[in-house]
Design a protein around this ligand. Structure first.
Ligand code: HEM
Length: 582
């Protein structure tokens, strides 16, 4: 055979193999309904008539829905279903199946949101707005908002975050020795100040009011808790709908309207005071530039208030809880705290008698704190704020989920807590071991890093996010990359770590979160030794009180003491952000 004929044979062979792979993958995607196992064959926990599994889900005083699901997953495997009031829900924690839920094209989120809204909201509510990739409005909004999360924009928020954390440090240092502080509340104040002042240009003084109530936070937390309660137990909202004059129903309605009113006020302040310049890529600037995909015009007030509320909601508790929980875990593991202090010391960020006023951190410091990064990752693995995970609903009558046919309109859950606690992917999954993130992958591979991009548009989400780089890198579109990482199911760090979700709808603010959280932690831990208050019963006591109130939280408070480090001279508060009247 001459050379050209041989080349031809090889080319044909390659084409034939390519065609076979393509056909096989098409066949897999369009597998005939008959080749799927029936929905009834999917494992399920035993039910109690007539409420299905409701008694299990509502048992006990705490909202520990994620722990009930985890327990079922241990018994039933990575794809199972449970029943509440006659309606089936599917739970998935198999990385190979997750792309069919949250990858592209994935399942629509809007159907699930519609149900959620019916359960939890009292009007055409402002709480949940961002729908799904099948929605032209979502596309237009995500693309425009991405500029607000570019590396340049995140760098701009570094100063405001530093100010807010330093101001909190000053407040903590003024407390009488041994005072216990509710760490979740303290952290929410910091993230609220950062989001409002640096994100929207709205004056905020939640940290300055430390020790006194902040109405927005109180309203938000009430609404979160009540909404989580109603999702776990839909009977609550049924009887409230039928008996709206009940005191509990009236209180819930009142708080919802209070929160909506606050959002409206916030919008009015912005509209009146902050006209948006062409190059304004603040959150408010980007929101104002979103165009209605149907009319091509900027969004109306009625469309923008929910968008603004969505960002506010996405930014506050998620990062605040992550910081608080990480502090709690560090306080409960003195050896981790010691090692962190050493690392901060190498950068001049630790208060000591020889360094009484640690310098202000610079953006570049974060990339040089690999152990802090490992601690944060481990905290996001052990207690991910979105513990229950990503909820979607099937659109088509038969969807292939792990080989099972799932009927249309079924709720499906990509169960993050179960995935991140699976012994299939993690050694000793219940242990807090930051070291698992240090080897064998060098810490330099993924880090807190937001290089200047000179205004180039980019998605602030996973494409270039720090934590998710473990599973995504290079130029490949992120959904594809993430899916192939999911297929590489042996390394938990690649396949089974989704605190910010995955696929096209992943967290838009993750890069901001991964600037805020380590910076706040570095500032506080450089100045204080964190301790759990005796009332917590140690780290075991803290973990036993984990609950779900929209984000994961520690029920009845995460009470901690912050002992100033020897030699530290507290800096005067240098809050340079916008202040509102106290
Ligand atoms: C540690 C902190 C955070 C965690 C763990 C977290 C986690 C998540 C998760 C799990 C989702 C759901 C994605 C899905 O449904 O597939 C999400 C969505 C979102 N997050 Fe975050 N988040 C955090 C911080 C933030 C911050 C600081 C912002 C800033 C505004 C933010 C903005 C958003 C937005 C806008 C979405 C909706 C994305 C979309 O629909 O396209 N998040 N986040």
């Amino acid at each position: 055979m001459d050379v050209s004929a041989e080349k031809m044979v090889w080319a044909l062979l390659v084409l034939a193999v390519g065609a076979a792979c393509w056909t096989a993958s098409r066949w897999r995607r369009t597998k005939a309904p008959g080749s799927l196992k029936p929905f009834s064959a999917m494992p399920a926990p035993p039910q109690t008539f007539p409420f299905g599994n409701l008694p299990d889900l509502t048992k006990g005083k705490r909202l520990q829905f994620h722990l009930v699901l985890h327990n079922w997953a241990l018994q039933l495997g990575p794809v199972f279903r449970y029943n509440v009031l006659g309606s089936w829900k599917v739970v998935v924690l198999d990385p190979a199946v997750l792309p069919a839920i949250i990858g592209r094209p994935g399942l629509p989120k809007s159907k699930m949101y519609k149900k959620f809204r019916e359960l939890c909201a009292w009007s055409d509510d402002f709480l949940f707005t961002r729908l799904d990739v099948h929605d032209a409005h979502w596309k237009s909004s995500r693309k425009t908002l991405a500029r607000a999360f570019s590396a340049d924009e995140i760098r701009k928020k570094f100063g405001a975050t530093t100010d807010a954390a330093l101001e909190l440090a000053t407040k903590l240092s003024a407390l009488p020795p041994g005072t216990a502080v509710e760490a979740q509340d303290a952290m929410h104040r910091v993230t609220m100040d950062v989001t409002l002042t640096a994100g929207f240009g709205i004056p905020s003084n939640a940290v300055a009011l430390f020790g006194r109530p902040v109405p927005v936070l109180e309203a938000l937390h009430y609404v979160y808790k009540q909404s989580s309660l109603r999702v776990t137990n839909p009977l609550v909202c049924l009887y409230e709908r039928w008996l709206p004059f009940l005191p509990a129903a009236r209180e819930n309605r009142r708080r919802h309207f209070h929160l909506y009113k606050m959002y409206e006020d916030m919008y009015d302040q912005l509209e009146a005071k902050w006209p948006v310049a062409e190059d304004d890529n603040s959150m408010w600037g980007c929101l104002k530039r979103i165009e209605d995909p149907v009319t091509g015009k900027p969004l109306s007030r009625a469309q923008l208030v929910p968008e603004m509320a969505g960002i506010f909601l996405g930014a506050l508790d998620t990062t605040g809880q992550t910081c608080a929980i990480t502090l709690g875990l560090i306080a409960g593991h003195p050896e981790v705290q010691r090692r962190l202090a050493e690392e901060l010391g190498t950068r001049g960020l630790l208060a000591t008698p020889a360094n009484p006023v640690p310098r202000r951190p610079e953006p570049e410091d974060l990339a040089a704190l690999p152990y802090l990064e490992a601690v944060l990752r481990e905290s996001l693995r052990l207690l991910p704020v979105s513990a229950v995970g990503m909820q979607r609903a099937t659109a088509a009558p038969v969807t292939d989920l792990g080989g099972y046919a799932v009927p249309a309109n079924t709720d499906v859950l990509a169960f993050v807590y179960g995935l991140q606690h699976s012994s299939k992917y993690w050694d000793a999954p219940e242990a807090f071991r930051p070291e698992r993130w240090l080897t064998p992958a060098p810490a330099s591979k993924a880090r807190f890093n937001f290089p200047a991009t000179n205004g180039k548009a980019e998605d602030g989400g996973a494409a270039r996010s720090n934590l998710s780089n473990a599973s995504r890198s290079g130029a490949e579109p992120r959904a594809t990359k993430w899916m192939s990482a999911a297929a590489d199911a042996q390394d938990g760090r690649k396949a089974a770590f989704l605190p910010f979700s995955g696929g096209p709808m992943d967290c838009l603010g993750q890069r901001l979160a991964m600037m805020e959280a380590p910076l706040i932690l570095a500032i506080l831990l450089g100045r204080f030794e964190a301790e759990l208050d005796e009332s917590m019963g140690g780290v075991e006591g803290m973990l036993a009180r984990q609950c779900n109130t929209f984000t994961i939280a520690i029920d009845q408070g995460l009470h901690m003491k912050f002992k100033p480090r020897a030699g530290w001279l507290p800096e005067p508060a240098a809050h340079q952000g916008l202040r509102s009247k106290e």
